[in-house]
Each structure stands twice: as structure tokens, then as C-alpha cells.
Design a protein around this ligand. Structure first.
Ligand code: MG
Length: 248
């Protein structure tokens, strides 16, 4: 093969500029994988991840009214301080693989949507529910792993209150051409290593008691974590942008 590991005489793959087994097709970048989260400590992010929260401070985040984020940081995690408001990343981003670890309060208080409620909002608009759903019935599309108000998770894979849980989310932002929706947002969600949503098309920004409807917005937006008046904890938050991996 003259030192080449592929071919230059094969057919071109439809929809691509590359031949089958093309020698010149770029090699996938090498990424050192992270370690999985454990109950006693956060895992390590992959080598090319953008770290949004490293367990030390909230310097990458802003709080209510654009001021400093008021949530508590201790022991490598952040914790919602009820009524201080949602927090959001200073930096916006779009298509991504997002990793978030969370723990609902060990001390169980309230029920249904009042127990360990928070949320992970991609682009500040699309909520993937965080709730203590261990032995806590609630409406299905408000379960942890749900696309809030649209799709319940495939299964309830929640751990016990106080235990660390993992969200791994593959997010494809919606595309707009002016006011027109070109393609809806899509998401795949793995909760605690278990598939909760598989390539679901969102109907629009998530809503409480209302139908979703798309409104045009930029291709990037901040990650928002919800203050729903429960002291939910978060740690080890990172993402990997996906747009630079397209080799079609
Ligand atoms: Mg919520």
C-alpha cells in the first residue's frame, strides 16, 4: 500500500468528498478519555473538554440580573442557595456533548415537583429535568431525564437522594433561517449510564403547562442551572463542542 493505510481508487461515498477507505480522510483526533464519576469524587474530564465548573469557584458563571452567582461552593461542588436565582455560564455555546453531575438533597423534603427540583437548560431555553425521582411520583414529562413538558425519559434510572448522578447529553441546537425553523433541536440523554432520550426532536423551548413553540435565536447560548428553591448540588460540569468534528 506504499505506506498508505487506505485507498485512492475506491468510489466516492455519497454525500461526502471522501472515497471509501480514503487514505486522505483526516484521522480522528486523539482524546484521552475521562474517568467515570464516583460517589466519593468527581471524575476527570476528557482532555479536550471545556471546563464550566471545576469545583473551586463560580468565576465562569453569572447570577440573577447579571450579577455574581450566589450559589454556595464547597467540597468540590456548588449548591443552589434557594431564591438567589438561576445561574448561567458567561460563555455561550451550541452543539455539544455536555457532562453534568448532580445530587438531590439527602434530607428528603416535599414531594412531586417540590422535591430536589432543579434543571439543566441548554441555551437557557431547553430544560432537562433534575428532580429527586427516587420513590417520588410526579408527572411523567417532569421526571429526571425528561425533556420537560415534552418527553418522559425512556426509563427512570435515578439514584437515591444525596447520591451523585451523571447526565451526559448530546445536544444539536435548532437552526433558523431568519424567522423560519430549518431544523429542530435534537438531543440524546444518558442518565447514570442509561439511555433516557434517543435523538429526540424538541418541539421548542420547554414550557410549564404550555405547548412549546420555536422562536428564532442565535446558534449558541448559555448553560443555565435552575434555582427551584431546593438545595441541589452540581459538580464536574464540562462540554465538548461538536461542530468541528464534521468531516462530511
Ligand atoms: Mg426543574
Amino acid at each position: 500500500m506504499n505506506g498508505k493505510v487506505g485507498y485512492d481508487d475506491t468510489p466516492v461515498i455519497p454525500g461526502s468528498k471522501w472515497r471509501v477507505h480514503d487514505s486522505n480522510r483526516p484521522q480522528p483526533r486523539i482524546v484521552a478519555p475521562g474517568t467515570e464519576s464516583a460517589q466519593d469524587k468527581a471524575g476527570k474530564a476528557p482532555s479536550d473538554a471545556v471546563i464550566l465548573f471545576d469545583g473551586k469557584d463560580l468565576s465562569g458563571w453569572i447570577g440573577k440580573g447579571g450579577g455574581a452567582a450566589q450559589w454556595k461552593v464547597e467540597n468540590g461542588y456548588m449548591e443552589v442557595v434557594p431564591t438567589t436565582g438561576n445561574i448561567q455560564t458567561k460563555a455561550p455555546f451550541g452543539d455539544c456533548q455536555l457532562h453534568v453531575e448532580f445530587a438531590t438533597p439527602e434530607k428528603v423534603e416535599g414531594d412531586s415537583q417540590g422535591r430536589g427540583n432543579s434543571g439543566v437548560f441548554l441555551m437557557g431555553l431547553y430544560e432537562f429535568q433534575v428532580l429527586d425521582c427516587y420513590d417520588n411520583p410526579t408527572y411523567a414529562d417532569g421526571t429526571t431525564g425528561a425533556i420537560y413538558g415534552q418527553y418522559p425519559p425512556l426509563v427512570n434510572a435515578c439514584r437515591k437522594p444525596g447520591e451523585w448522578q451523571t447526565y451526559d447529553i448530546v445536544w444539536i441546537a435548532p437552526r433558523f433561517d431568519g424567522a423560519r425553523l430549518v431544523s429542530p433541536a435534537r438531543v440524546t440523554i444518558i442518565l447514570n449510564g442509561v439511555l433516557a432520550q434517543h435523538d429526540k426532536e424538541l418541539q421548542g423551548p420547554t414550557q410549564h403547562r404550555k405547548l412549546a413553540q420555536y422562536q428564532p435565536h442565535p446558534p449558541v447560548g448559555p448553560l443555565v442551572l435552575q434555582d427551584h428553591k431546593n438545595p441541589v448540588r452540581f459538580r464536574n460540569i464540562w462540554y465538548r463542542p461538536l461542530t468541528d468534528y464534521d468531516q462530511t
